[in-house]
Write a protein of this length. Structure first.
Ligand SMILES: [Fe+2]
Length: 437
């Protein structure tokens, strides 16, 4: 989907209003299209505290529009259901009390059909508001609507990673989507790309949409560094396993070694051996492990241990951002589909995903960095409830860059900062090696 961009200082003129309507309808329809292969029972399950049921996602992104736009700006708006403010509030203390995150899977009511009715109700009210709002409200409505659409797209990726975990817990190992023919790996140059370093500017620049955590732009110093031209593959990672990587305490951070022992990790999440052969659970069901695809579903701890084993290190956020900025935005990302999803999985490298210096720079897997998710110098959350969107999570997490096979196009950019806890591995998370130049 093309990203609709507005200057916040300008009122919404008629053509821009049409673009905003189109973007709204497109993003909202896409969320439903992504669920088309799922039963209503699939959409209720919560397989672990970090996973939200699909139905909850569909309602929560709707709650976002209702809470921050309709209740604030639609004259005389009456909420669809008074209890939904509580049920579908994720973490906004400014809005009020919320239903506990680990208990979202207990919400058998409202039914799936009622959630779809809620979506349709809010869609209609939103489109009415965008059509009839007075001119002086237009810039603020644009800003909030574009934020709401970007928020919904973030949840589209979470819906895919969450349902993958849900289905992986079912002994039948069901497929969510049809699988396309496997992509063929194309031999491309494999090596290291060198970068000079020096003083560089990091963070968002330009007029396009960015989240507040990508700002302000600021200067950092980088020593010369090199990046591997491709992400670490399943073949690479299998060599680490077969070399006893999960048994070698000296490769691991102390916290990581503790998790390896307590969780009994011996391979990435979703890897399993059948008849002596490694397989991987995918959104298209269980498949033989594709050795040429980037390794996915590894934690920060595993990525860090692998890098140490390989005689390299993880890149910093700044190093990856500078490298990504020099690459064309192309890659294996969430496909644009009207009536369902293609199989979402990291793929072997292909000629069309080769860039200037790196292969698969964007898409396939989020790449762990060695950088804490922290505020940029001078960062200030926006005033009000939406200031809770990013800033309060800047503690104990690590930054990931580049987007994955489940990331919507509009979220694939060099300055984008994804973040997860170091033990997390249910996202499409992989790595790329770095070393001194
Ligand atoms: Fe959210």
């Amino acid at each position: 989907m093309a990203v609709v961009q507005f200057s916040p200082a300008q009122p919404v003129r008629a053509p821009e209003r049409e673009d905003l309507h189109l973007a709204f309808r497109t993003v909202r329809a896409r969320s439903l299209a992504l669920t088309r292969g799922l039963s209503s029972e699939d959409q209720l399950v919560q397989s672990m505290p970090e996973v939200s049921p699909t139905k909850w996602h569909l309602a929560h992104v709707t709650w976002f529009f209702e809470t921050f736009i309709l209740k604030a700006h639609a004259h005389g708006y009456r909420p669809f259901h008074p209890g939904f403010e509580h049920l579908f509030n994720s973490y906004y203390n400014s809005v009020g009390e919320m239903h506990a995150r680990p208990r979202r899977g207990l919400l058998s009511r409202p039914s799936h059909d009622e959630v779809l009715d809620y979506r349709a109700f809010v869609d209609e009210k939103m489109l009415q508001l965008l059509e009839t709002a007075p001119t002086h409200l237009a810039p603020e409505l644009s800003r909030l609507t574009i934020l709401g659409l970007n928020h919904e797209e973030q949840h589209q990726e979470l819906m895919m990673t969450d349902i993958k975990h849900v289905l992986s817990c079912n002994p039948l190992l069901p497929a969510a989507f049809e699988a396309p023919a496997p992509a063929r790996s194309i031999a491309l140059e494999d090596g290291w790309a060198g970068y000079e370093g020096g003083f560089v500017m990091l963070g968002h620049a330009g007029d396009g949409f960015a989240f507040d955590n990508e700002t302000p732009r600021h200067k950092v110093w980088l020593r010369p560094f090199s990046l591997r031209t491709r992400p670490v593959s399943n073949r690479d990672y299998l060599a680490f396993i077969e070399d006893g990587g999960y048994d070698a305490f000296d490769l691991w951070l102390s916290d990581g070694w503790a998790v390896v022992k307590s969780e009994g990790w011996e391979a990435p999440l979703y890897w399993t051996k059948r008849d002596g052969e490694w397989h991987e659970f995918t959104l298209a069901g269980l498949r033989p492990l594709d050795l040429d695809a980037p390794v996915a579903h590894v934690s920060y701890y595993e990525a860090d241990a692998f890098a140490r084993w390989a005689g390299a290190r993880l890149p910093s956020e700044a190093e990856l951002e500078i490298a990504l900025r020099g690459e064309p935005i192309t890659g294996n990302v969430l496909p644009d589909v009207e009536d369902g999803a293609a199989m979402l999985a990291p793929m072997p490298r292909a000629a069309e995903h080769a860039g200037n210096n790196l292969m698969q720079a964007y898409g396939d897997v989020w790449e762990w960095t060695a950088s804490d998710y922290a505020a940029y110098p001078g960062f200030a959350p926006v005033a009000g409830a939406l200031g809770e969107y990013n800033g309060k999570f800047m503690c104990n997490q690590f930054v990931l860059k580049g987007g994955s096979c489940a990331t919507p196009h509009g979220h694939v950019r060099a300055s984008y900062r994804n973040f997860f806890y170091p033990k997390d591995r249910w996202q499409f998370t992989g790595l790329r090696l770095a070393k001194p130049y």
